[in-house]
Design a protein around this ligand. Structure first.
Ligand SMILES: Cc1cc2nc3c(=O)[nH]c(=O)nc-3n(C[C@H](O)[C@H](O)[C@H](O)COP(=O)(O)OP(=O)(O)OC[C@H]3O[C@@H](n4cnc5c(N)ncnc54)[C@H](O)[C@@H]3O)c2cc1C
Length: 374
């Protein structure tokens, strides 16, 4: 039976606009992805009220990050959801790389007697995020609004007013600071008139999650130019519940539209599993497509708007970056912003909007969707 994780759905949140008489302004976090939620937990831990707005009605579904580093596990522990998380994960310590059918590398990451946590674990980003949502919901300093998306920003000297779209129409939220953690296609970036700079790579990958009760070990396995798929690179990872993540590279001559059809993906995976001498049944649970980018904003701090995670920088996922580097952003941002709010540090400044040029009362109009810079 399939064990593929289906996150629960949440109804649209209803709330009224904040008024000028609201004295205690929260930090507003735009985006309840892992980075936005980790930032919210870190700020709340330091006594700061946080409102998180999330456009979707559930956490992410399907295969995104699956490899979580020891450092992110430590962060999860500090932020109050490590114990729950560690109950459901699959630890691993090493991997193998093959060129054609020959093993060319076997590596093991350090796991010493005094290490409390494994160097790496696998779990779906979906479940990782759901545990974070459950933790947020128990925190009296955090309010999470579902199906609420950012529509406009009005920057002032001492606060920021956000226009948000809700199921009941437009609402306004006031914030001391705004953390833009709304992901790679960040609307916040567009509203602030910012663009990512960097490189998009040619490599295109099909990503699939399959349910397969194989007893192969939970190692990172990579094949370069394997006999099953000559010219391609194939990466396999075991996740909890006998879900296997398979990433394979498309040849530049292949048509992505055809190659991402279910039949084409099944044929390609069958070839590889047959070559591994598999005789067990498997089912395709999820499929996706990925191409690598290395893009970043010149500055992450724009007066009272602070960019974090994929909204601030996109990195190729190979090397388990993305969620893991975003957790580092979140922890750093939370303690530094808390220090500013508590008066223990000076306000972050930036090149693009120096304090003298803050747009008091001027709306950064919701710009038309520009072609994605990513
Ligand atoms: C196929 C794939 C595999 C990956 N594998 C790995 C891996 O193994 N390890 C790793 O560390 N990383 C990996 N990553 C990268 C990782 O998924 C991202 O880096 C990570 O999700 C970034 O988190 P985030 O919170 O910054 O953004 P996101 O996770 O994208 O979250 C942004 C949130 O903002 C919400 N949002 C968007 N627009 C609005 C709006 N207008 N208003 C309000 N809310 C909004 C979105 O609904 C979403 O919930 C992978 C990514 C992909 C695509």
């Amino acid at each position: 039976m399939s064990t593929y994780y289906q996150p629960p759905k949440y109804p649209a949140s209803t709330f009224e606009s904040m008024t000028p008489s609201d004295e205690t302004l929260p930090v507003v976090v735009v985006g309840a992805g892992p980075v936005g939620m980790a930032t919210a937990l870190g700020l709340a831990q330091r006594g700061i009220p946080v409102t998180v707005i999330e456009a979707a009605d559930q956490v992410s579904f399907g295969s995104r990050a699956i490899c979580i580093s020891r450092h992110s596990l430590e962060a999860a522990g500090r932020l109050g959801f490590g114990e729950q998380l560690e109950k459901i994960v699959l630890p691993w310590v090493g991997g193998r790389s093959y060129y054609r059918d020959e093993q060319v590398l076997h590596f093991e990451m350090p796991l010493r007697d005094f290490d409390v946590r494994p160097p790496m674990i696998n779990v779906s980003q979906s479940e990782f995020e759901q545990i974070m949502v459950d933790t947020l919901e128990q925190n009296p300093l955090i309010t999470l609004y579902w199906q609420t998306s950012i529509a406009g920003i009005l920057r002032g000297d001492d606060e920021v007013t956000l226009e948000v779209d809700t199921a009941d129409g437009k609402r306004h939220l006031r914030a001391r600071y705004v953390v833009a953690a709304d992901g790679g296609r960040s609307r916040m970036r567009e509203l602030a008139g910012l663009r990512l700079q960097g490189t998009s790579y040619e490599g295109r990958y099909v990503i699939a999650d399959i349910h397969w009760e194989s007893d192969l070990p939970a190692e990172r396995m990579v094949w370069f130019d394997p006999p099953s798929n000559p010219g391609s690179t194939i990466i396999m990872h075991k996740q909890p519940g006998n879900i296997w993540r398979i990433d394979y590279q498309l040849d530049p001559s292949e048509d992505a539209e055809i190659e991402t059809q279910e039949d084409a993906i099944r044929a390609r995976i069958t070839k590889h599993l047959d070559w591994l001498q598999n005789d067990l049944p498997w089912t395709l649970e999820w499929k996706g497509f990925y191409s690598a980018r290395a893009l970043a904003l010149d500055e992450f701090t724009h007066d009272r708007l602070l960019f974090a995670g994929d909204a601030a920088h996109l990195v190729p996922i190979f090397g388990v970056r993305g969620l893991n580097s975003g957790m580092e952003d979140a922890e750093t941002l939370a303690w530094q912003l808390a220090a500013v709010i508590h008066g223990n540090a000076t306000r972050p400044c930036c090149r693009h909007t120096p304090p003298s040029a803050t747009m008091r009362g001027s709306r950064t109009s919701p710009t038309p969707a520009s072609p994605r810079s990513s």
